[in-house]
Design a protein around this ligand. Structure first.
Ligand code: GLU
Length: 475
């Protein structure tokens, strides 16, 4: 589905629809529900940049959906589809996403209306730095105010430019690096942030497929092993989701859709090989052993067990939902299913694992990065060696008491002290598993709650409302 001008408005209307549907299950007052739903502040800017001998006027947006907790948090999207409604919808989702996984931030989102493929790296740097400056001018960025991160069309490179621009203006701020997350490791980033969203998707889908009651109606067997996956999008989110489902979950990636088209091989595609092939040839098409699809949307309708849309919103809609064969849809992207699609899919017994839960791994590890930046110390630095010393003593005691010696390989594993990456992965897994159980308990605890999305929204709304009442605003 091409992204027309109305797509952003459609996306926002759907997010509001999901919110209202969930809000009806709470007994909160209308006023409080309205406050939690409404975007708190919206800023649109237009700034000039020189491109060769021409001046281009660039549109940038930042929406802070909720200030119930600060800083506000959410990525910055570079795409020519960016408009106010779209960014509002994305910022709204961020509020509920953070609440679902207990990340203590309000939701926000930014967008720059450009197709980054049409710009040189120098131009992208100029645009990113100017966008950051516009945010600084209006006090819309800062470690305790609003903390951007990567999103569609941006990565660590843009975050490094943002951090550097901010630090140049705020040279007196000790915590300046905490103004943005998703930074490269050398510039205050954290191990595990790049793959965090994809890894979180894997944890979430693994939990879903291991939940007998939840998947009982789908006809699928328990567990991820051997399940056939179709992926839409081989960007950061799609690639890592596929990577972990294949390598850790032992699932089979049978189809991949990208902008240039799609490929399918019922015997399985090695995600790393496809990734390397695309890097080399510029396209996934003609990957050895796979069938080509010139229409990439057709790949979504191929036979599979799990479909992971990890690109943009509104990809599964009234026009194609009835053709979807997957039994589980894992929303890697934000808003990939429209509400009409959701209704059709629900009648078919398809389980949708919703975006506000499933792709929350990114912001979860952003939270860890922010904590690292504020504490100015790498996770694990203080305790790693002490842990190793204690584990070593323990293995030696076991050896002494049993009179047997532990195999050298096992010993190495046993005495390994937690490094930053181990702690990040562990914190992310804990977060995704906990949130999953909270959501499923809500869903299974009330027969009238129709789906996991509604349950996730109920979980989030309840937590947000509690934070308003403790503030004494709503006695
Ligand atoms: N852009 C990501 C999202 O949609 C990450 C946001 C963040 O880390 O702040 O969740």
């Amino acid at each position: 589905m091409s992204h027309t001008e109305n797509q952003g408005a459609k996306f926002l209307a759907d997010v509001h629809f999901y919110y209202d549907k969930a809000a009806a299950f709470t007994n909160l007052s209308d006023g409080l529900l309205e406050q939690i739903k409404t975007a708190n502040s919206i800023y649109e800017m237009h700034f000039p940049v020189k491109n060769g001998d021409k001046i281009e006027v660039i549109q940038g947006i930042r929406v802070q959906h909720s200030h119930h907790k600060l800083p506000a948090k959410g990525g910055i999207r570079f795409a020519d589809t960016v408009d106010i409604e779209e960014v509002k919808a994305l910022a709204t989702l961020m509020t509920f996403k953070c609440a679902v996984v207990d990340v203590p931030f309000g939701g926000a989102k930014g967008g720059v209306c450009i197709n980054p493929r049409n710009y040189s790296v120098e131009m992208l740097e100029k645009i990113t730095r100017r966008y950051t400056t516009e945010l600084i001018k209006k006090n819309l960025i800062g470690p305790g105010i609003d903390v951007p991160a990567p999103d569609y069309g941006t990565s660590g490179r843009e975050m490094a430019w943002i951090a550097d621009t901010y630090a140049a203006f705020k040279y007196e701020e000790t915590d300046a690096l905490a103004c943005v997350t998703g930074k490269p490791l050398g510039q205050g980033g954290i191990q595990g942030r790049t793959e965090a969203t994809g890894l979180g998707i894997y944890y979430g889908l693994r939990e879903t497929l291991n939940h007998a009651e939840l998947i009982s109606g789908t006809g699928l067997s328990l567990g991820m092993e051997g399940k056939r996956i179709v992926l839409q999008g081989l960007g950061n989110v799609g690639y890592h989701a596929g990577y972990f489902c294949q390598k850790e979950g032992k699932a089979k990636i049978v189809g991949i859709a990208e902008m240039e088209g799609g490929i399918y091989n019922p015997n399985g595609l090695d995600i790393d090989e496809v990734f390397a092939f695309r890097k080399k040839t510029g396209s996934i098409l003609n990957f050895p052993g796979a069938e080509n699809f010139s229409n990439s949307a057709a790949v979504l309708e191929l036979d599979c067990d799990i479909l992971i849309p990890a690109a943009l919103e509104n990809q599964i809609h009234a026009g194609n939902a009835s053709n979807i064969k997957a039994k589980v849809i894992g929303e890697g992207a934000n808003g990939p299913c429209t509400k009409e699609a959701e209704e059709i899919l629900q009648l078919k017994g398809v389980i949708i694992v919703p975006d506000l839960y499933l792709n929350a791994g990114g912001v979860t590890v952003s939270y860890f990065e922010w904590l690292k930046n504020l504490s100015h110390v790498r996770f694990g630095r203080m305790e790693k060696r002490l842990e190793e010393l204690n584990f070593r003593r323990m293995t030696e005691t076991i050896e002494r008491l049993t009179g047997k010696s532990i195999d050298a390989k096992d010993k190495k594993l046993l005495i390994h002290g937690a490094e930053e990456k181990d702690l990040v992965y562990s914190g992310l897994e804990e977060t995704m598993v906990n949130a999953f159980h909270e959501i499923t308990a809500i869903k299974l605890g009330n027969k009238n709650i129709p789906d996991l999305r509604t349950a996730a929204f109920i979980s989030a709304i309840t937590k947000i409302a509690a934070s308003y009442t403790t503030m004494g605003v709503w006695p």
